[in-house]
Design a protein around this ligand. Structure first.
Ligand code: AMP
Length: 394
């Protein structure tokens, strides 16, 4: 069992908290502050416990000097200050005298945010490469480390794994909630457990499918993935997306788990990928050479619906069709409607999948919507999370 934020005496302690404040920003304006709000519980807890709160986060990728202009955390510090109703002192550096002075002059309940940890990637990939000297430097600024960044917990970076190994460490409320909800759905599900996988490529999800067939009662396949299965089974898939490197995998896993893996029986095919395309519903055995498979058909929707309505646990990752184009969005929209009225324990992960939930008015307060797409996928694969492993045990 890993330590969490409630296991520490926090008063007067310098607490380094790794958040995931990687929000979309355009021209200095934050377009969506969900991730900032998701960290508030942990930061407010630290403030009320009279800790000195030092926030680290990444923001986007910093590969060239010019990326610094668009990836500064300054607007995020301002937004956090507004949301939390207290000053947040922003230090536009990741190390050095300004950082040390700001921290040395902190009083309990003060909040300091350092600049984007990935500015250190310009300096020989030190953050993303988990550079030991950088981790030692950051660790020297605090007494306790709290990891509340679920979005990067599957990565071994200096600001999460590096520091965690050098200080007494625990997880924050957001990470605790994510791990508990996802682990319980995966390891201790109320059955039937249905795992529904969509999205574009099979190769991204081989590990997930391998694990899903072992733990789930049903694995529903949608999005662009069925076409690699169909091609592997000898059907013509026209211009549909196919991942040739995964053909053998699909053939083998399907022959072994035919009773669990469900492929769409009818699909919507289009003349091209555009709103103006002509479409028709057909079976997987009848895709024309100039057609592209873009969504699941009505018969598949009702078959998947009966399985989903009978499930007690549902895990969903990946859109069921090209939902960004209105004409191709019916399958994904229907799935969102089905999950809205489901009584099952639901876990949803993945950026595109969450966009689909928002787009189609998902309305199920009991569902767990994960803040980390990559981390959820790695949990679905049954992999260990380096950011969690590095945290002190109770
Ligand atoms: P992923 O990042 O793998 O979850 O993929 C998400 C993307 O998969 C979305 O942008 C969808 O438009 C896309 N997608 C869904 N269905 C299909 C399909 N039939 N063919 C190609 N891409 C698809």
């Amino acid at each position: 069992m890993k330590k969490n934020i409630t296991d520490f005496k926090l008063k007067n302690q310098r607490v380094i908290v790794r958040c995931d404040l990687n929000v979309p920003i355009k021209d200095g304006v934050i377009l969506d502050d969900t991730r900032i709000k998701a960290c508030l519980e942990t930061i407010e807890h630290l403030v009320s416990a009279k800790a000195k709160v030092i926030i680290l986060s990444h923001l986007g990728r910093v590969k060239e000097e010019k990326d610094k202009e668009t990836n500064s955390l300054r607007p995020v510090a301002d937004k956090l200050s507004e949301l939390i109703g207290r000053p947040v002192k922003f230090v536009p550096y990741t190390r050095g005298m300004e950082v040390e002075n700001a921290i040395n002059s902190m009083e309990p309940r003060d909040i300091v945010m350092l600049e984007n940890t990935r500015f250190e990637d310009l300096n020989g990939n030190k953050e993303s490469g988990n550079d030991s000297e950088l981790a030692h430097y950051w660790a020297s600024l605090g007494d306790i480390f709290i990891n509340d960044a679920f979005g990067t917990i599957h990565r071994a970076h200096a600001s999460n794994v590096g520091i965690a190994k050098l200080l007494p460490s625990g997880i924050g409320f957001l990470v605790k909630n994510e791990i508990e909800k996802i682990s319980s759905a995966l390891n201790n599900p109320e059955r039937p457990l249905v795992i529904m996988l969509g999205g574009a490529k099979v190769s991204d999800k081989i590990g997930v499918i391998n694990n899903a067939v072992k733990i789930a009662d049903y694995v529903l396949i949608g999005g662009g993935m069925p076409y690699t299965f169909y091609k592997a089974l000898g059907y013509n898939v026209g211009l549909s997306i196919v991942d040739d490197s995964s053909l053998e995998f699909c053939r083998n896993i399907y022959s072994q788990y035919k009773n669990k893996i469900l492929l769409p029986e009818d699909i919507v095919v289009a003349s091209s990928i555009s709103e103006g395309a002509s479409t028709r519903i057909t079976t997987y055995a009848d895709i024309g050479s100039n057609e592209v498979g873009i969504d699941i058909g009505m018969a598949t929707i009702s078959r998947y619906k009966s399985i989903l309505m009978n499930a007690n646990t549902i895990i969903w990752n990946g859109p069921i069709g090209m939902f960004e184009i209105a004409k191709f969005s019916q399958g994904t929209r229907k799935v969102v409607e089905i999950l809205s009225s489901s009584k099952a324990k639901i876990v949803v992960g993945g950026g595109d999948t969450i966009s689909a939930l928002n787009k189609f008015g998902f309305n199920n307060k009991r569902a767990h919507i994960s803040t980390g797409g990559g981390a959820t996928l790695e949990m679905l694969e049954g992999k260990e999370l380096p950011g969690l492993s590095a945290i002190s045990d109770k």
